[in-house]
Every structure is written in structure tokens, then in C-alpha cells.
Design a protein around this ligand. Structure first.
Ligand code: SF4
Ligand code: SF4
Length: 467
């Protein structure tokens, strides 16, 4: 890690100012590049140097949405963010709200009281001030019954012994938002999978670590991932695949976790590299095939560049790769069933006009839009997709909640919000629960995760207890 965070982010400013590609391309949805070019232009035209404070603020604007073209630039922004935290520390209130898991657990202990306190303006403002949340940010109702307790009661947290008559075995990673704030989403996911004869198991899990990574807290990010790795690798060993209903968790496990793991000595040894050549996988289409294709690169030229030195490099590279290869987005998995003729097609009509927004981290998984195909199987449904490669809800993990980012986040979301308003949805559907928070703030619309619509079409009712 760089000892001087300013140096790291400054090198990004210089490289992107030199390249210029993102000056016109990243004007919507990304707060980072407009600010980068504003600072650079000011320095060039008026000789006002970019200060250390401005470099810190700039780094904090990146939410790692993955929409910009250069992954190494994103990685360097994150590196700078982390280096600022290591050197300057993290404010207490951010440390508190970045731990979504703990926050969710505590709030669900006294849901009635929490909801009442947030309904009263005075107490709500005091709590928000103490935690660094903007006073106008609307927070979801605390459900009172989190998904973890339902899973415990229904035996979902126990692995079934032996083979269950050839059933597919899935370990479900529900994510913090679905476990603690929107448990109906997690319940709908499990109902739809059970309806399709899949064996579902809820392994022990903590936050996928994206919010803490976005805040630059490397130590806590590794701690969370290390916990997840232990339990998820164990599932993969026992023949389970991993499925995520949250696109951010899916993006983390499929893409970010395994980044650079193939350069490790363990992987190189496993694929039979020799002392002269490294074997580098030809990304990304081959990640699920048994026969990963490689290209040979000469060690004398590349060994110093191609290193497993990312944020998760202290964790087993082989486990990281195994998990990435066995992880599916829930929609992607259900579409596989549909394509194989194995999806239960007993859908009841849902006569609704749905507007579907594909979130950034679904787009980043390069898997198309599986939920659009799935929802089209439901009779009576009318579905329109919000189109726009660079549209973003602007929520950026917990950033949209923060006092100094709330307005910016709504500004970023405005092009997307405008499009949705014009489409006049009966229900607004997206699988990202961070997007749902932003839409809750800005749009008076009924919202659902696509799997909730599928569960409804299978005849499940939210009011029914159990699974
Ligand atoms: S992110 Fe990449 S493409 Fe965009 S300006 Fe920077 S160097 Fe150029
Ligand atoms: S990852 Fe997203 S927010 Fe960060 S610089 Fe790229 S486009 Fe902007």
C-alpha cells in the first residue's frame, strides 16, 4: 500500500487528464470524473493547485460501480482511499454505519422503538446527526423479524445429510439488506428455489464487505471476507453452488474476490506453469468451464507486474477462485433452469405494468438481463426495461446516506429517476436493494425485487408465515 495516498490519487488525476476519454463519456452517474476534470482544469487554467483535502474528497466520490473502462484506475482509487484511512483514521460515525450487518442486527432487536424514534422528527434528527446520516434521508422500516431468525426456525441453516435424490444443492448468500431490512426478498428467493426442487441451505455469512471496501477500511473488509470464505469454501467442497439475490454480493464473489488470484504461485503450480512462463487465464467467458484456456506470458517480462497483491491477497487464492467459479446470480441461475426446461412454469397471471431497472452490478456481471426473460414467462405482465449504459441510482452503498453526499447522490440519480417517471410504472422492479433505498427516497412507487414478482406469480403470499 502507498504510504502517500495523495500521490496515488494524484497519479490517477494525471493519467485520466492525459487520456481524456472519461471527460465526455462519464458525465452521468459518476461523480468522480466531472470533479477530476474540474480540479485538473482549474489547476491548468488558473494555477490553483489541487489540495490534499480535495484529493481526499475526490477519492471518496468513487463508489466502485464499475462503469468506467479501466479496472486498474478503479483499483488505484480504492488503494488511495484505503491509504487515507490507514494514515488518518476513520470517523466514528462512519465506522458505525459501514457495519451494515451489526447495525441491522441491533435495530431488529427493538423494531417498534426504532421505527417510532425515526418517525418523530426531533429524535430522528438526533440519531441521524450522531451517525452522520443526512436529516432528509428516508430509511426503511425495520421489519422486526429478520431473515436469519426465520431461517433458524425453518431449518434452512442446517445442511441436509447425503444426496437428496439428485437435487441441485444451493448455498444462498442473502446479503445484509435482505437479511435485516427487506427479509421478504430473501423469503421470496428461497420460496422460488424450493418451488423448483432445489435444496437450499443458508450458510453462516457476514456482509459481503462491499460497503467497508468502498469506505476504504481494508482491515475490516478482509476480516468479513475471511469469515465468508471459510463457510462458503466449505459449501463448495460439499458440492453446493453459491447463489446471490443481491447483485453487489454477486459482483463481489464472482469478480472482485478472485481478482489477481490467478497470478499466485498456488494457482500457477495448479495449472502446470514452469519457471519460464506463467499461465494467465483468458478471461472471462471461460471462468465456469472446466477447461480454462490460458495464454503463456514470459516471467522475465511480466512476473513483477502480474502479482496477487490486491485487497484479498492474504486469503487463499485457490479458495477465492473456486468460490468465484461456483457463484451464480439468482436470476442467472433461474434462467439456466428455464433454458434447460427445468423451471416450473405454473405461473398465475400478474396483470401489472412493470418497469425494470438493471442495476450497475448486474450489468457488470456480463450475464445479460436474466430477470427480463424470466418475468416474460408470467402471463399478463407488461415489462419495460430502463435503458442507459451509464445510468446509476447514485446510492453507492452507504454513501448516499451521508450528510455530505446525500444531495450529490440524488443529483447523480436524477437522469435515471426522470426516465422512470416518464415510463409511469405500476411497479418498479430492481434486484438491487441499495437502488430500492434511493427510489424509496425519490419516487412514490410500489417496488419489488424480481424474485418477489416470481414468487407472487407462483401463488405465494407475503402475509403467509413461514417459507
Ligand atoms: S479511466 Fe481509463 S479510459 Fe477513463 S480517462 Fe482514465 S485512463 Fe482514460
Ligand atoms: S467505478 Fe464508478 S464511480 Fe468510480 S470512477 Fe468508475 S464510473 Fe466513477
Amino acid at each position: 500500500m502507498s504510504e502517500v495516498p495523495e500521490k496515488e490519487i494524484r497519479s490517477v488525476v494525471d493519467q485520466c487528464a492525459d487520456c481524456e476519454q472519461c471527460r465526455d463519456m462519464m458525465t452521468e452517474g459518476c461523480p468522480f470524473f466531472p470533479e477530476l476534470y474540474r480540479l485538473f482544469d482549474r489547476e491548468r487554467d488558473r494555477s490553483v493547485l489541487i489540495s490534499s483535502r480535495e484529493l481526499l474528497n475526490l477519492a471518496q466520490l468513487c463508489n466502485f460501480c464499475g462503469l468506467c473502462p479501466c479496472s486498474d484506475i478503479r483499483a488505484r482509487i480504492m488503494k488511495a482511499k484505503s491509504a487515507f484511512i490507514v494514515r488518518d483514521g476513520m470517523p466514528f460515525n462512519i465506522r458505525l454505519i459501514q457495519d451494515v450487518e451489526k447495525l441491522g442486527r441491533y435495530l431488529n432487536r427493538l423494531p417498534g422503538l426504532t421505527n417510532a424514534l425515526f418517525r418523530i422528527r426531533v429524535t430522528s434528527n438526533i440519531i441521524k446527526k450522531m451517525t452522520g446520516i443526512h436529516p432528509d434521508r428516508i430509511l426503511p422500516e425495520i421489519p422486526g423479524r429478520d431473515f436469519a431468525s426465520l431461517a433458524k426456525e425453518t431449518g434452512l441453516g442446517r445442511k441436509q445429510s447425503g444426496s437428496q435424490g439428485g437435487k441441485t444443492r444451493l448455498a444462498y448468500f442473502a446479503g445484509c439488506s435482505a437479511r435485516y431490512f427487506f427479509p421478504d426478498v430473501a423469503r421470496a428467493a428461497v420460496r422460488v428455489l424450493l418451488k423448483n426442487q432445489v435444496e437450499v441451505y443458508l450458510p453462516q455469512q457476514k456482509c459481503c464487505s462491499m460497503p467497508t471496501m468502498l469506505e476504504g477500511d481494508v482491515v475490516f473488509t478482509r476480516e468479513l471476507m475471511s469469515f465468508n470464505l471459510k463457510y462458503l469454501a466449505d459449501c463448495i467442497e460439499s458440492g453446493y453452488c453459491l447463489v446471490c439475490s443481491c447483485p453487489t454480493c454477486g459482483y463481489m464473489f464472482k469478480k472482485l474476490l478472485k481478482e489477481k488470484a490467478c497470478y499466485s504461485s498456488e494457482y500457477q503450480e495448479m495449472v502446470g506453469a514452469d519457471e519460464n512462463y506463467m499461465l494467465v487465464p483468458v478471461e472471462d467467458s471461460s471462468t465456469r468451464s472446466k477447461e480454462t484456456k490460458h495464454r503463456r506470458v514470459h516471467r522475465s517480462m511480466y512476473a513483477d507486474i502480474l502479482k496477487d497483491d490486491g485487497i484479498f491477497s492474504s486469503l487463499s487464492p485457490l479458495k477465492r477462485i473456486h468460490i468465484a467459479r461456483k457463484t451464480f446470480d439468482l436470476g442467472e441461475y433461474l434462467l439456466k433452469l428455464l433454458e434447460a426446461g427445468e423451471l416450473d412454469s405454473g405461473f398465475l397471471p400478474v396483470n401489472k405494468k412493470i418497469v425494470y431497472y438493471p442495476p450497475c452490478h448486474t450489468r457488470e456481471q456480463n450475464m445479460g438481463l436474466p430477470y427480463v426473460h424470466l418475468l416474460r414467462q408470467i402471463p399478463g405482465i407488461e415489462i419495460k426495461v430502463v435503458q442507459g449504459e451509464y445510468l446509476c441510482c447514485g446510492m453507492s452503498g452507504i454513501m448516499g446516506c451521508k450528510i455530505d453526499f446525500h444531495e450529490k447522490s440524488l443529483e447523480m440519480a436524477e437522469p435515471l429517476l426522470q426516465k422512470i417517471r416518464e415510463m409511469k410504472p405500476g411497479i418498479l422492479v430492481t434486484e438491487c436493494l441499495s437502488c430500492r433505498l434511493q427510489f424509496l427516497q425519490a419516487l412514490p412507487l410500489v417496488q419489488a425485487h424480481p424474485v418477489e414478482v416470481l414468487a407472487q406469480a407462483y401463488g405465494f403470499k407475503e402475509s403467509e408465515s413461514g417459507l
